[in-house]
Ligand binder design. Sequence first.
Ligand SMILES: NC(=O)c1ccc[n+]([C@@H]2O[C@H](COP(=O)([O-])OP(=O)(O)OC[C@H]3O[C@@H](n4cnc5c(N)ncnc54)[C@H](OP(=O)(O)O)[C@@H]3O)[C@@H](O)[C@H]2O)c1
Length: 277
Amino acid sequence: MVTTPSKRSGRLTATRYPGRMKIAVTGSTGHVGGTVVRRLISAGGDHDIVGLTRQVAPYEDVDALRSALDGVDTLVFVSSDGEAAKVVLHHQNVLRAAVEAKVGHVVLLSGLDVDLGSPFCYAYTNGWSEQVLRASGLDFTIARAGLFAEFFGGLVRQSEQDGVVRLPAGRVSLVHRDDVAECLAVLALGEPTNTHHDLTGPEALDIATVVERAGFAYAEATEAQFAAALTLSGEEPWWVYAYSSMFAAIRQNRWQAVSGEVARLLNRPAVPFGGTR
Ligand SMILES: NC(=O)c1ccc[n+]([C@@H]2O[C@H](COP(=O)([O-])OP(=O)(O)OC[C@H]3O[C@@H](n4cnc5c(N)ncnc54)[C@H](OP(=O)(O)O)[C@@H]3O)[C@@H](O)[C@H]2O)c1
């Protein structure tokens, strides 16, 4: 999908080049990538915005990725999803293609928990990808997102039985996916910062409060009880493992940090869980 830049004025402004940039966005058929593309278009400026799709640039195909990145100034790399081993391969391919295509600036979507020693499977994929990007010689900006409010809200609803949601305890600084996408667009229009930015919600909520805001009663469960209930509800083994390992990381306080970075980048407060703009 190649879109023509809009001339409409928007809140975002280009600060990297006074002239035209070619900006590519992976995962552009998805929620985050699609919103980034729309925000970049509505920002105006004389840029080429290229939404990369699975058809044009599958994460499995380095040659196709390299061709798709030819002439790209800035790549917004919305991370892959699914089994961690595949995610690692996908990320390796995208970053290799970015190096070979001499992309000027990679804006990587990562996560708040990037400790390779974390129990969370995606802490490893994100931490490893950040290391590869930092060692690549490419200029970069890393967006470490908190847990998405939409994702966590979905898990809450999935875990509901007879009005009660049984989840392990902990605190989370849930961030809205659109806030993350808007920040990625702002970062893509700016200079590479060659550091990371923590994109979190405005508050660290305990999970009981999250569940209550979603309209249900909360009951604490152990990670093993949570995993068993998910399995019995028919969830795939990979996601049972992934979500359980996430709660193990939450218990270690790895997803509760609150930063003001969303507000700083967007010039407005981050949307709270259950709130609207
Ligand atoms: N922080 C969090 O709480 C959290 C939660 C969930 C996910 N995430 C991360 O955030 C990312 C974006 O989230 P989202 O909600 O926008 O996800 P989404 O709506 O599922 O979009 C995923 C995008 O990735 C593309 N994709 C998947 N496999 C691909 C492949 N092999 N080659 C090329 N493209 C491929 C999809 O293309 P198709 O449309 O063709 O499938 C889609 O455009 C996820 O991929 C994941 O890494 C973070």
